[in-house]
Design a protein around this ligand. Structure first.
Ligand code: GLC
Length: 741
């Protein structure tokens, strides 16, 4: 009530001041937020009950009602985190068949995270926000920041890895970039949606320390630092309540603790109860009774939980009007921040600038995992014949994968990118090697590729080996794809291994040619039984429209790879906490307790003293770097002190490159169990050959704190700490100790 009273005062001031301005020049300045709040209250005060209820639920697949009578526009949502989804029919998942909605497909968010470069996240957000704006959408359903808990999760490719600090640092600039376009970022899927198996029913249980230290931080950063204007509830349950109507998540944490003033949107079909949706903090219901997500009556939007059932309760007085007013205020605030923000830019769509942005992010995100004998970059002077082998060299990857599927204006395949880059400098011979999926289609959109090939695996292997034997280099391009059971929404992978007998093929190629380079196109870790037989391995991710171009430039050395892994590559599934103790995928009662607790990813490997295949934060370069002695500006700190960790880094190789210096904090005297070390700072530094720079990373008390679930607050305990400086989580280059008093 106070809030409304204040706003009424403000409104009165506006009226008075405008009258006064007629006589005197006594302006009353209201800041942008106050103006928006005044407009919100003004609009709300003129809306009917029916208009309010119409606003809180979908009217079509991706839109909700405005108030035409008052000139308040509809809200239009669009997937997804990697590009702007093609227009669909009003009430269908199928394409609307427009001819002007072919977008730029940006790299998957695992690739963005692998850049470890917040500037790339800002460029990404700006670019995709321009595309959403141009397509006249005011809410982008992305980015996703669910933590990488198991390498089997079908949607990990849409997220930013296993570490909450890295995900937090990368999600904030993305959101800010999107919202500068007057488009709301809708960070998702809040929260604990870390698998696709039974995503609509699994009931996740996790202790508060793990919740606050691992699974919430990236969402908190999105809200409190990124100022996200929207957030999407997840499908799963958390402690017995669906996330889209979970009082603890949506009211206690999101509103009370984080002071979120944006809109809570359900996932499509994520609402399951009217009363809980009314009272537990949901603002907009989408996708219910939507074919494909939940069964039920035809798509009569009046049947939605927050439609007629809600209106009936309001009309009867069983529910007070203030309940719908709370929701409508948040939605009107969204409208005035976006569609009715008269100074927002016009956007742009599938432009050369967006192509360049996509290519730069892809190039910076690719991770050179291994490079024995410096097989890479390819020496085009020596190479007369290059064999390119594997289905992922030719397969389109922008279609499929679920809601992040795109109708890209173009997608350059790795093979085409390599051919275009090499031209006549060498002969390129392609062999299929294996047959995985012969076509890709989703929501009525097809890749148009028919990769059918009825040869037997033996014949395919024989051809590939034959081609490999006579080549100077063999580039095998395989990995996963966007089909169900691979990197795709709605299901998880069945195993850690590569599908389609790729392991056997890779081993045969390794015998046929010592200059074998394995390129993985994937969004998840995979097992590599052949890792010792292959001299060079590159993780190229799903890199979008510019995939072929970016990969070719990295392989030929036009670009020096500088990406680092945003998640651990385990040797085997049992090396992962979720699989060895953690209840994944769920119990018979659909319950799943994250028994591994805080110990996710490298935190688990450290605690269990497990050697990963490739560790979190790992990534090589075509040059080499040497770290000098790490120093600090103080040995003890307390209160609001910060500590500066400095370390000289020198490029000791022959070509320019970038190194990502990582700082992990180890609490040597914690009263509660803590991971051996945790990422709390990083910086990417570009160096020319022979150049040395001192990298300084500042840590404050937050970097030393842990969440004390008994006191329900972040605490830092007096005692000794170590800052470990690493070129990866497993390759520590130096350490310093200091004391918190
Ligand atoms: C999907 C996804 C969500 C997406 C939404 C709309 O089921 O979980 O990420 O934005 O529905 O397509």
């Amino acid at each position: 009530m106070i809030h409304q009273f204040k706003i009424k005062i403000v409104l009165a001031l506006i009226l008075v001041s405008s009258a006064m301005q007629a006589q005197h020049s006594l302006p009353v300045y209201l800041d942008d937020n106050q103006l928006i709040e005044a407009r919100v209250e003004d609009a709300l005060s003129q809306m009917t009950l029916e208009e309010k209820v119409a606003m809180v639920h979908a009217q079509s697949k991706f839109s909700s009602a405005g108030v035409r009578r008052l000139g308040i526009p509809e809200n239009w949502m669009t997937d997804g985190p990697h590009g702007i989804r093609a227009e669909v029919l009003w009430d269908e998942w199928d394409q609307a068949g427009w001819t002007n909605d072919s977008c730029m497909a940006f790299p998957a968010l695992t690739c963005l995270a692998a850049t470890w470069n917040p500037e790339m996240a800002a460029l990404y957000g700006k670019s995709i926000g321009e595309e959403a704006r141009y397509r006249n959408k005011n809410v982008l359903l992305g980015p996703g920041v669910n933590i990488y808990r198991t390498p089997l999760n079908g949607r990990n490719f849409e997220y930013m890895g296993e570490d909450p600090f890295l995900a937090s640092c990368m999600v904030v600039p993305y959101i800010q970039g999107v919202q500068k376009n007057g488009v709301a970022a809708c960070v998702k899927h809040y929260a604990l949606n870390n698998q696709e198996v039974d995503r609509n029913f699994v009931d996740v249980h996790v202790d508060d320390r793990t919740l606050y230290e691992i699974y919430l931080p990236a969402f908190k950063a999105a809200v409190t630092e990124g100022n996200a204007w929207a957030i999407m509830g997840a499908y799963n349950r958390f402690d017995g309540q669906w996330a889209c109507q979970n009082e603890r998540l949506l009211k206690t944490i999101l509103r009370d603790e984080w002071k979120f003033d944006g809109v809570v949107v359900s996932d499509w079909g994520g609402v399951n109860d009217t009363k809980e949706a009314i009272y537990n903090g949901l603002d907009m219901e989408f996708g219910t009774w939507t074919d494909g997500l939940t069964s039920g009556v035809s798509n009569a939007y009046d049947n939605y939980y927050l439609a007629d059932p809600f209106l009936k309760l309001l009309r009867s007085g069983a529910v007070k009007e203030e309940e719908v007013d709370k929701k409508v205020r948040n939605i009107l605030r969204l409208v005035f921040r976006t569609t009715m923000n008269r100074s927002r830019p016009f956007g742009s769509f599938s432009t050369p600038e967006h192509s360049e942005a996509g290519r730069r992010i892809a190039e910076e995100g690719m991770v050179l995992l291994k490079n024995d004998r410096q097989v890479l970059p390819i020496n085009l002077i020596a190479a007369k014949k290059i064999a390119v082998i594997g289905e992922n060299a030719i397969k389109m990857m922008t279609i499929g994968g679920g809601s992040s599927s795109l109708k890209a204006r173009y997608e350059q395949s790795p093979l085409d990118g390599i051919k275009q880059r090499i031209g006549s400098q060498a002969e390129i011979v392609y062999a299929r090697g294996y047959v995985g999926e012969v076509s890709a289609k989703q929501d009525g959109l097809a890749s148009g590729q028919d990769l059918s090939d009825d040869r037997t695996p033996a014949a395919l292997t024989a051809e590939a080996v034959q081609v490999a034997k006579s080549a100077d280099y063999v580039i095998f391009i395989g990995g996963l794809n966007k089909h169900e059971g691979q990197d795709c929404e709605g299901a998880d992978r069945a195993s850690l291994g590569l599908p389609y007998r790729q392991d056997q093929l890779i081993q045969a190629l390794a015998k046929a040619n010592k200059n074998l380079v394995v390129i993985l196109i994937s969004g998840n870790a995979v097992a590599m039984p052949w890792v010792k037989e292959v001299p060079a391995i590159l993780e190229a991710w799903y890199s979008g429209s510019e995939a072929g171009n970016a990969l070719a430039r990295v392989l030929m050395g036009d670009v020096n790879p500088s990406g680092k892994l945003p998640f651990t590559f385990p040797v085997q599934l049992m090396d992962v906490g979720a699989h060895s103790v953690g209840d994944y995928p769920e119990t018979a009662t659909k319950d799943e307790t994250y028994k591994e607790g805080l110990f996710v990813g490298y935190r688990w490997a450290d605690q269990q003293k497990i050697q990963p295949l490739f560790p979190f934060g790992h990534g090589l370069s075509y040059t080499t770097f040497a770290y000098g002695k790490a120093t600090t500006d103080k040995k003890t700190l307390s209160g609001t002190d910060v500590i500066k960790i400095s370390v000289p880094v020198k490029n000791t190789g022959k070509r320019a490159g970038a190194e990502i210096v990582q700082v992990y904090v180890s609490d040597l005297e914690a009263s509660l169990p803590r991971p051996v070390k945790e990422l709390k700072g990083f910086q990417k530094v570009w160096l020319n050959p022979g150049e040395e720079k001192t990298v300084t990373i500042t840590l404050d008390k937050n970097a030393l704190s842990f969440f004390d679930d008994k006191r329900h607050e972040w605490v830092v305990e007096p005692g000794q700490f170590e800052a470990l400086i690493g070129s990866s989580s497993a390759n520590i280059q130096g350490k310093v100790t200091f004391e918190w008093k």
